[in-house]
Ligand binder design. Sequence first.
Ligand code: ZN
Ligand code: ZN
Length: 275
Amino acid sequence: MKHTSIFDHDLHIHSYVSMCSNDPQQNPQRILQYAEENGLRDICLTDHFWDPDIPVVDNFFVAGPWPAFARSQPLPQSDNVKFHFGCEADLDRNMVLGVTPERYDDLDLIIIATTHMHMKYMTIGKEYCSVEGRAEMYVKRLDAVLNMDLPFHKVSIAHPTCSLIAPGENFPNTDWQDHMRVLDLIPDATYRELFGKMARLGVGFELNFEPNQYTAEDLPRILRPHLIAKECGCKFYFGSDAHHPAGLDTAMARFHRMAELVGVCEEEDIFRPFD
Ligand SMILES: [Zn+2]
Ligand SMILES: [Zn+2]
């Protein structure tokens, strides 16, 4: 497909099917309307999914069996917008991915959230709860995904710098600095190894942070991994991670700010899993 703008997609969107949305207003028709109004060409529904066939330690996100998870299908389409069906998948603390190979063909995109470390018993285990332990797990979890046998052309990594990396012990009363402390502990060379591997495999790197939440002093700490990923040749995409219509309404302005900060400006910087 010929793309005339890099701001023509949003590949990480939740609907009411995700328990953390549970908002009847956040339905496929409303999401399609958002795409139409903002000139998007490709959007992807990525509700949380954990395959019930895979035993799970303790999952917040179990969405029930496939028919319940996939009840939004068929997704509404329009002349201008292609509405794809994907999922946001988790990795448990034993590095088991919550999607079985039998499901790969049913999903246009598999976004893997290696940074859902707020679910500490499920995703990291007690012994890794410190900032240092979380830094170790950040690296191990991403590396584990990149060593799997996955259809990498339609695999991406969700919100690589999100605050869920270290929400503090009293979540949701987060110590806002903690996720930055974790990211600070990972050396450039380690990021380079991980992101270089992502670039070689063609795994997408999600742009999904809120620049306005960071002070001028803190912003470089969030940008450092992004800039290294850019240097490594990673392909990026925008993800609003909207759970409610309000999240859709602010998405485009955020996409533009993130692109400017990370220096994502060319078509060749963009992850295109559907082309
Ligand atoms: Zn997520
Ligand atoms: Zn999400």
